[in-house]
Design a protein around this ligand. Structure first.
Ligand SMILES: Cc1cc2nc3c(=O)[nH]c(=O)nc-3n(C[C@H](O)[C@H](O)[C@H](O)COP(=O)(O)O)c2cc1C
Length: 333
C-alpha cells in the first residue's frame, strides 16, 4: 500500500501512532517502528533535564540497528505557554528528528529548522484558517484533528474536514486523526483521499502503555456517550472519560478563570498556570490507586474491547483493513 505518508517515511502501513501526553513511551514507539508504522510522542513526556535527548538517541539507535521498517516523530506544543518549547526544539533538531507534529501556536521556527536537514513537519489543524497559516509557512502535511478525537478534538467531523483540506490545499498530504480504531475506519479515511490515519485512543489499551490498569479498564468499559469535553485541564477543550471525579469538578471554567484567560495582561501567565495544574492532575490520574480519575480518551473507546500488545494491534489493523477492502470490492462488483 502506498500513500504520500508511506512514501515519505518508507512505511509498510499508512498509520501514525499518535502522540499522547503521559501515555506514549519508548516501548510503544519501538513497537511502531518494528511493525512498519510511524511512532510519535509528545516532547513533554520527557520534561526532566537530559531525558528528551536520551530517548531521541535511543530511538535513532534502535531504528538504525534493528532494521526497522517504520520511523518516529515528536510532537511539539509550539505555544509560548509551553516553557520547554525552545529547549525541546533545539534538542530535537540536534537529534535530526524525522517528523515533527506541531500543535497549537505558530510552527514557523520548527518548519525552518527541520527543513534545513530534511526533517518533515505535519501540523495539527482543526479548521481551514489554521491550515492556511501552516500551508503558507511550508508545512509538509496536515494532521486533520476531527470531532471525536482523543485530546484537543476539533469541531468538525473528518468526513468533512479531510476533503475540505484536500480541496483547498491540493498538494499537501492530509492525515486523519480522530475516530479511527479499526481497519474499516482506516479504509474510510483512505477513501477520502487522506494519506493515512493517526490513531491515539486504541493504543492506550496496549500492554506497553504504562498507565494504570484502572485507566485501561475504563477505556474498555466506556462507550462513546461517556466522553466529554472539559476546559478544566488546559483551558483548551480536551476529551476525557466522564468519571465521577470528572462530573464532580465539572467541565467549564468558572467566571474568574474565563476572565483571566482572556484578559491581555493575565492571559499568558494564567494559561501557563492552568496548564501546569492540568499536567499535575493528569499525571496523578494515570498512576495506580488514584481516585481523582481524569483520564483522557476519544470516542473510539466505543470500539475498543481488549488490551493487546502494540504489535498485535497493528497486525489486527492491517488484517481488518485488507478484509474491509475485500468486502467493499465484493459489494461493488
Ligand atoms: C491520552 C491522549 C493524550 C493526547 N496527548 C496529545 C498531545 O500531547 N499532543 C497532541 O498533539 N495530541 C495529543 N492527543 C491527540 C492525539 O495525538 C490524536 O490526535 C488523537 O488521539 C486521535 O484521535 P483518536 O484518539 O480517536 O485516535 C492525545 C490523545 C489522547 C487520547
Amino acid at each position: 500500500m502506498q500513500t504520500a505518508l508511506t512514501e515519505m517515511f518508507k512505511l509498510k502501513l499508512p498509520i501514525i501512532m499518535a502522540p499522547m501526553f503521559l501515555v506514549s513511551n519508548e516501548a510503544m514507539i519501538q513497537a511502531a517502528m518494528r511493525n512498519g508504522i510511524m511512532g510519535t510522542f509528545p516532547s513533554l513526556n520527557y520534561r526532566k533535564e537530559g531525558e528528551l535527548e536520551a530517548i531521541l538517541n535511543q530511538l535513532n539507535n534502535y531504528r538504525n540497528t534493528q532494521k526497522c521498517i517504520g520511523n518516529f516523530g515528536v510532537n511539539l506544543i509550539v505555544q509560548q505557554t509551553n516553557p520547554l518549547y525552545k529547549k525541546h526544539l533545539e534538542t530535537c533538531i540536534k537529534a535530526k528528528v524525522p517528523l515533527f507534529i506541531t500543535s497549537l501556536g505558530n510552527p514557523k521556527e520548527v518548519i525552518a529548522q527541520a527543513h534545513a536537514y530534511g526533517g518533515k513537519v505535519f501540523c495539527d489543524v482543526t479548521n481551514l484558517e489554521h491550515a492556511e497559516k501552516c500551508a503558507s509557512l511550508g508545512c509538509d502535511g496536515f494532521i486533520a484533528v476531527g470531532l471525536g478525537a482523543g485530546g484537543h478534538a476539533g469541531p468538525y467531523p473528518n468526513m468533512i474536514l479531510v476533503p475540505a483540506l484536500r480541496k483547498k490545499f491540493s498538494g499537501i498530504p492530509v492525515i486523519a486523526a480522530g475516530g479511527v480504531a479499526t481497519g474499516e475506519g482506516i479504509l474510510s479515511m483512505l477513501a477520502l483521499n487522506s494519506a493515512g490515519v493517526s490513531i491515539g485512543t486504541r493504543f492506550i489499551a496496549s500492554t506497553e502503555a504504562q498507565v494504570s490498569q484502572e485507566y485501561k479498564q475504563a477505556v474498555l468499559d466506556s462507550g462513546m456517550e461517556d466522553i466529554v469535553l472539559t476546559e478544566r485541564l488546559s483551558g483548551t477543550p480536551c476529551t476525557i472519560i466522564n468519571t465521577p471525579y470528572a462530573k464532580k469538578i465539572g467541565t467549564q471554567q468558572n467566571w474568574l478563570e474565563k476572565w483571566m484567560s482572556r484578559n491581555s495582561t493575565t492571559k499568558k501567565y494564567f494559561k501557563m498556570l492552568i496548564q501546569i495544574r492540568g499536567i499535575k492532575k493528569l499525571e496523578e490520574a494515570v498512576n495506580p490507586g488514584n481516585y481523582n480519575n481524569l483520564w483522557c480518551a476519544g470516542q473510539t473507546v466505543e470500539l475498543i474491547h481488549d488490551i493487546l500488545p502494540c504489535e498485535t494491534i497493528i497486525a489486527n489493523l492491517e488484517e481488518e483493513l485488507n478484509q474491509a477492502w475485500k468486502v467493499l470490492s465484493n459489494n461493488i462488483n
